[in-house]
Design a binder for this molecule. Structure first.
Ligand code: GDP
Length: 326
């Protein structure tokens, strides 16, 4: 039975990836940070077969211990301080965890395998936030990065360090440049889930308005469940590589709002949406849209959930959760 270690197991992608790998017959291990992590119960409830290891991306010896105890053939580094807005307020922490944490995982692997770097295949969660102030449209694997937030800068560091370990040590290290990917498990600090939760509560008469920032920005939004399959596919290739994972379609935050309200039969969405500078960012990423040709041709990957289906899935899930009082 192959074995995999996932950092960031408590997040949206960690949970979907754990389910995917368990379905494929893997022995799945997850790294959990901190004492009494409030998300541990969620992991135990959703993926009870995952074996938990305690450790922290900033703590090399804890990572080496987790590698020794899980003995994986594949390591997926999904752990990060991952919210863009939050990253300006926590610049040093974001850099320590999201940037340097990637290097710490790579070093832990190198020390653990005792220089037989073919023993472990490595996946790094890179991000379309690396493209920031985009230098071309659409963005592909060789587009020049121009990050616009401490989070984006940290992801650029992790991306190039992954490439560097591949080139320096011949490590099977891959980097998935994932464009925004959402699901009912997305945290409410991200705009899609904030909207789907707000629309569900407005529909059920529990709240009146959603307060948002910039409605004009455009994102390439896909379904997280589709995207974790691409992570696994990258590690099944004969060699590591870098792949953009995206739908190739772009929509504004306003489009998401309109589609979410329309799904619950509310046409007059303007009555329920207020803009507040509090949710504007010091520097904005105006438009990202990815070209996933390489992933389609080499990995045979393509998205299965459309923008409309994604919006409806998230709103339906929040309607159900709100009705049940979850
Ligand atoms: P990001 O692309 O990783 O930053 O994902 P987010 O979901 O946090 O933000 C997507 C876009 O929505 C960004 O350009 C935000 O500026 C914009 N946005 C507008 N209003 C809001 C809001 O209230 N919360 C968040 N998180 N983003 C907002």
């Amino acid at each position: 039975m192959p074995s995999a270690l996932i950092t960031g197991i408590t997040g949206q992608d960690g949970l979907y990836l754990a389910e995917t790998l368990l379905d494929k017959g893997y022995d799945v291990h997850g790294l959990i940070r901190g004492q009494n992590n409030p998300k541990l119960d969620l992991v135990r409830a959703l993926v009870p077969d995952v074996r938990i290891h305690h450790g922290d991306l900033t703590d090399l010896s804890s990572l080496i211990r987790a590698l020794r105890d899980s003995d994986p053939q594949e390591v997926y580094n999904l752990g990060a301080v991952s919210n863009v807005a939050y990253s300006w307020e926590n610049v040093a922490l974001t850099t320590d965890v999201t940037a340097k944490g990637t290097l710490t995982v790579l070093e832990a692997i190198r020390l653990h395998v005792d220089d037989d770097l073919s023993a472990i295949r490595f996946y790094q969660a890179s991000s379309s936030e690396m493209f920031g102030k985009v230098t071309e449209v659409p963005q592909h694997e060789r587009t020049l990065p121009w990050p616009r937030s401490p989070y984006g800068v940290s992801k650029v560091f992790g991306h190039y360090m992954t490439i560097n370990y591949r080139e320096s040590y011949g490590m099977h290290a891959s980097s998935g440049i994932l464009f925004n990917h959402e699901s009912p498990r997305r945290g409410p600090e991200f705009v899609t889930r904030k909207i789907s939760q707000g629309v569900a509560r407005i529909k059920l008469g529990l709240q009146d308005e959603i307060v948002l920032g910039n409605l004009d920005v455009q994102r390439d939004w896909g379904f997280a469940g589709d995207y974790v399959e691409a992570m696994w596919l990258m590690l099944q290739q004969p060699e590591g590589g870098d792949y953009v994972i995206a739908t190739g379609e772009t929509h504004s935050v306003r489009d998401f709002v309109v589609a979410a309200f329309a799904h619950v039969g509310i046409d007059d969405w303007r009555r329920h949406v207020r803009q507040d500078p509090r949710f504007m960012r010091p520097a904005e990423v105006d438009l990202v849209v990815g070209d996933a040709t390489l992933a389609r041709e080499v990995l045979g990957w393509k998205p299965t959930v459309s923008f409309r289906e994604l919006v409806e899935m998230m709103v339906d899930s929040d309607l159900e959760a709100t009705r049940q009082g979850w």
